[in-house]
Structures are given as C-alpha cells and as structure tokens.
Design a protein around this ligand. Structure first.
Ligand SMILES: [Zn+2]
Ligand SMILES: [Zn+2]
Length: 196
C-alpha cells in the first residue's frame, strides 16, 4: 500500500518515476507491504504481458522467498534508485520489499521520490550494471555494489532512518490507520515523546 501522495511520470533520465503531488514532510510513512500485497504464482507470471514481466525481472522485484512481489498499488514499483534518496526502508517491518518506507528528507511538490536499492539485502547488483547515474554528490558511480553494504553506508542509512522515525508523531500520517490495523505493535512510533 502506498499513500496517495505520488503520481507516475517520465523522469527524462530513467524512464518512469514517482513524483510528489504535494509536499511531503520527513517522517511520513509513505508505503508498506500490506495484506493485499502478495506474490505472483507461476501461472499468473505466465499470463503477464511481456512488458510487465520484463519490468519485474529487470528490477528484481522479489521477496526474500525468491518469488516476485505483487504489490496492491503499481505505484510501489516506480521508485527509482538514488545514492542520496529521500525515502528509505524504515526496518520497522523487516528488510527488503517486505518493509515500510519512510520519508527521510522533505520532498517538495513535483520532486521525484527515490529510494536506495542497495538497502535490499541479498539482491544482486543488476541495477548497477554500467554504474549509477543518480548524479548525487555521494554517488557510487562506477563502483560495483555487492551486498552487504559497507559499514559507512549502513551508518549513513541508520542516521537518516532514526532521525525520520523521531519525526513520525509530528507529521501527518496518511497510512497510520491502515498500518496500525495490521501492525498494532507499532503504535508507540506514533506517540509524542514526553521529553520534548
Ligand atoms: Zn499493499
Ligand atoms: Zn548514484
């Protein structure tokens, strides 16, 4: 499930991408793998139009089980990679495609939402054949990425994720009700801290 904050548009660089239809503050949980998100059966894969199948294979949209992910909203497929992304998998529901995504830097209306594909552990470096072209200052460029991520990169992600988690109670959370319905144990994340 993805919050209704994005639309799919041409990036002019990488094909299609996700763009904010309004400004989205840091700390917003913008997507999570909900009960309606499943996986493709062999039969369903065989029936998929070639374009869709090529997309899934090309982007390695897989669960840890190795099955291809079937998200309830196709917008969940269109987040492009950046080495300095504005959303990251928040770990709160585990890693990989099974997680939840959190905005780690304010996103302006019209800005592209990005994630870091290197965070999806166990993934082959198929996305980075020929290097990354995200254009960020910290871009790994031609480096071949092989999991696990270097310690320095893990620290970079953790710093951003932890700061964003602190902001959760203080920003509008379009997915709060849906998320808590499936994961009531996450309710402390939405409680304001007494110390502030
Ligand atoms: Zn879903
Ligand atoms: Zn890059």
């Amino acid at each position: 499930m993805i919050a209704d904050l994005y639309e799919i548009r041409e990036t002019g660089r990488y094909g299609k991408g996700l763009f904010a239809t309004q400004s989205i503050p840091k700390g917003t949980i913008d997507a999570f793998r909900c009960k309606k998100c499943g996986t493709y059966s062999e039969e369903e894969l065989a029936k998929l139009p070639k374009k869709e199948l090529d997309f899934l294979i090309g982007h390695e949209v897989k669960e840890e089980s190795g099955q291809y992910s079937k998200f309830c909203d196709k917008r969940m497929l269109y987040g492009n990679h950046s080495c300095n992304p504005n959303t990251l998998n928040a770990y709160i529901l585990g890693r990989g495609n099974g997680g939840a995504s959190i905005v780690v830097r304010d996103i302006k209306k019209g800005e592209e939402a990005t994630e870091d594909y290197r965070l999806f552990e166990g993934e082959e470096s198929i996305h980075f054949v020929g290097g990354c072209r995200c254009g960020e200052k910290n871009c790994m460029k031609k480096t071949i990425f092989r999991p696990p991520a270097p310690k320095k990169l893990q620290k970079f992600w953790e710093g951003k994720i932890n700061a964003a988690l602190q902001s959760i109670p203080y920003v509008k959370q379009p997915l709060k009700a849906e998320l808590l319905k499936e994961h009531p144990e996450l309710s402390p994340l939405f409680k304001k801290s007494d110390r502030l």
